[in-house]
Ligand binder design. Structure first.
Ligand code: PLP
Ligand SMILES: N[C@@H](CCOP(=O)(O)O)C(=O)O
Length: 462
């Protein structure tokens, strides 16, 4: 399998080079040269597999011969052995047509661990095998950072610098990142929003000379390995419903910000997984929901919400979707992205918009509705949603039709967002690893949100 850029200016490269390149050198995003097709027969066979066995089969399609199967198997097994649940991503039934796919049983209690435990191990493997220096630069609205740090802390040959928006992440998220005292970790608290952090790192990655000089590698969902790892749980969840004879019309409702998780679902569907509907749920930062309904992709005003990890205006993976929406035409993607940069908006109409609406249903959840849904589910199902999952649940309640079975992706453990949940008078006991964080000293540097300020920090650290 080789990988190409959505902007068409990078010669096809192999899996390991794609992981190391992160953002494509032409400023685009890497995608597989072709999407592997999974037959009905294979789907039936995969239904019997454990989570790590399934992950191995899916990764093997994208890695092919580049990593020997035994090595890949060890990477996968090591990555999922750190999860607290034997099923890795169990599916919980709430009623006849409602399920929750729990993605928060990894070390940092968020769905990011599913991909980042793997990517951390993969980086360590690649660093050893190819003698590459791994200097990770990432941006986070709270979860990716904690998870990426956990995936590589203390690992030989790897350093990691994470930018998060100062005072715009939850307390637990901040503690998870900043109480790590390993010398290979640097936390920068940036004065600005997550979008500022993401823009800065993308601009630094796009400066190919700077990127090469400091051996910068990506852990955000611009890295294709993240997307591939996140496709696995769509298959896994679908199979759990198939076992119950409920695989007729399975829809997934996905709390969305950077468009990585739902893009993984889109890819799974393109591979042949019979997903009925992909429901995209946003909070009040609803650029993606507006795009799907009206065809206009244009950032609005930033809003701080109860689901801060989805306080995102410019969605990193949107470009990957545009690539497929426009029939893999890199020239069209390039000009659309140039237009977005120059004019701050992209507008689509007619059949293209119809296609978008066939690919996704969308709903944007207001702050009050998010909290109401937490209270409702707690009362009705005795199940505590985190505020991001709550957006997914609210969207699925709104958009799933009768006869459909809806699986809401539960992207974080409620303990990570206790501040919001307490507003509804619901108390919770922190899991022990989270409770322990409150006793630890914090390490972070507050910096201005300019490329120069970050560059200076990176030059000193890497
Ligand atoms: C808890 C949580 N839910 C949902 C999302 C949105 O996922 P994505 O950015 O892949 O759309 C994020 C951040 O990415 C998150 O941290
Ligand atoms: N919500 C994310 C934002 C970064 O998304 P990513 O999937 O591109 O890493 C976070 O928690 O940091």
């Amino acid at each position: 399998m080789r990988y190409i850029s959505t902007r068409g200016q990078v010669p096809p490269i192999g899996f390991i080079d794609a992981i190391l390149m992160g953002l494509a050198n032409d400023g685009g995003l890497l995608v597989p040269e072709h999407i592997p097709q999974v037959s009905e027969e294979t789907l039936k066979q995969w239904q019997q597999l454990s989570y790590p066995e399934l992950a191995l089969e899916i990764f093997a399609l994208y890695v092919e011969q580049e990593i020997p199967r035994e090595d890949l198997k060890k990477l996968v097994n090591d990555s999922y052995s750190t999860f607290r649940h034997e099923e890795v991503t169990p599916v919980r039934q709430l009623d006849d047509s409602r399920y929750v796919l729990e993605l928060f049983h990894g070390p940092t209690f968020a769905f990011k661990d599913v991909a980042l435990q793997f990517l951390g191990n993969l980086y360590a493997y690649v660093s050893k095998r190819t003698d590459s220096i791994i200097h990770i630069l990432g941006a986070t609205s709270g979860d990716t950072g904690a998870s990426a740090i956990e995936g590589v802390r203390g690992k030989d040959g790897i350093r990691i610098c994470i930018l998060h928006p100062h005072q715009k992440v939850s307390k637990v998220q901040e503690l998870q990142m900043t109480t790590v005292d390993d010398a290979n970790v640097l936390n920068l608290a940036v004065e600005g929003t997550f979008d500022d952090c993401q823009r800065i790192i993308k601009e630094l990655f796009a400066d190919v000379e700077f990127k090469h000089k400091y051996h910068l590698r990506a852990i955000n969902s611009i890295n294709i390995a993240r997307i591939l790892a996140q496709t696995v749980y769509y298959f896994y969840a679908y199979f759990r419903l198939a076992e119950k004879g409920q695989a007729g019309q399975v829809s997934f409702s996905v709390p969305t910000g950077n468009f990585g998780d739902i893009f993984a679902g889109y890819l799974a569907k393109k591979m042949g997984l019979p997903i009925h509907k992909l429901i995209l749920a946003t909070n009040e930062n609803n650029i993606l929901a507006r795009f799907i309904k009206e065809g206009v992709y244009q950032p609005g005003d930033f809003k701080g919400t109860y689901s801060p990890s989805m306080d995102i205006q410019v969605a990193s993976n949107f470009e990957r979707y545009l690539f497929y929406l426009y029939g893999e035409q890199a020239d069209t993607v390039t000009s659309l992205m140039a237009q977005f940069k120059a004019e701050g908006r992209i507008a689509i109409v007619g059949d293209v918009l119809k296609q978008v609406q066939a690919d996704f249903a969308a709903y944007s959840v207001e702050n009050e509705e998010c909290l109401n849904t937490i209270s409702d589910y707690y009362e009705k199902y005795d199940y505590l949603l985190d505020p991001h999952t709550s957006c997914g649940a609210a969207a699925s309640d709104k958009l799933a039709q009768s006869g459909e079975t809806a699986i809401v992706l539960s992207t974080a453990h409620p303990a990570k967002f206790d501040e919001a949940i307490r507003l509804r008078g619901i108390g919770q006991t922190y899991p022990e690893p989270i409770q322990a964080l409150f006793e630890k000293p914090q390490f972070q540097t507050v910096v201005g949100g300019t490329n120069e300020a970050i560059q200076k920090q990176l030059e000193a650290f890497f």
